[in-house]
Design a protein around this ligand. Structure first.
Ligand code: HEC
Length: 143
């Protein structure tokens, strides 16, 4: 299981831990708890929001290369080239990653995407998700 799904929960937990340890002194440690609760808080925040550029984040440049395998249907720009393929440009990275993982495991069934996703490693999935998510969209609302 990856941390992405639980970031919100961890962030709330981090705040709760910080409030708790800040509001009453720890038994037998008078004032000395202050620095350690800071360290715990920092660790929670890092866990919650993720370390920038950490192993969790895909590489959009690598993803762009790998997207050669997707372009016939989703386009290199993430805009669908086939009537049954969805646009994936600018889609949320976590969503893209989860859908690819679900196709790979068979949790989300589709004859074509399952075959394609089974050839992808975890890193491929992260990179492709990061690449398609990094495409900037501009939308125009209907009048
Ligand atoms: C032969 C055509 C084809 C190719 C090649 C292809 N896809 Fe797909 N893709 C589809 C179709 C069709 C669907 C819709 C499947 C469904 O209904 O679940 C889809 C769905 C998806 C979805 C889910 C989108 C959503 O909105 O839920 C993602 C993500 C995705 N593809 C990523 C990729 C990536 C990344 C590649 C390249 C590694 C790729 N696809 C290659 C045809 C293709």
């Amino acid at each position: 299981m990856r941390t992405g799904k639980h970031r919100g929960t961890l962030a709330v937990l981090a705040i709760l831990v910080a409030k708790r340890s800040g509001s009453r002194p720890m038994r037998g440690s008078k004032q000395t708890h202050e620095p350690s609760s800071c360290v715990i808080l920092l660790a929670c925040v890092v866990l919650a929001i993720g370390w920038p550029g950490g192993a969790d984040a895909g590489d959009p440049a690598a993803g762009r290369h790998k997207a050669a395998a997707c372009r016939t249907c989703h386009g290199l720009d993430g805009l669908s080239r086939q009537p049954d393929a969805p646009h994936i440009a600018g889609q949320v990275a976590v969503y893209l990653r989860d859908q690819l993982a679900k196709y790979r495991s068979g949790e989300r069934a589709h004859p074509v995407m399952e075959v394609i996703a089974k050839q992808l490693s975890d890193t491929d999935i992260e990179d492709l998700a990061a690449y398609y998510a990094s495409i900037k969209l501009s939308v125009e609302m209907p009048p």
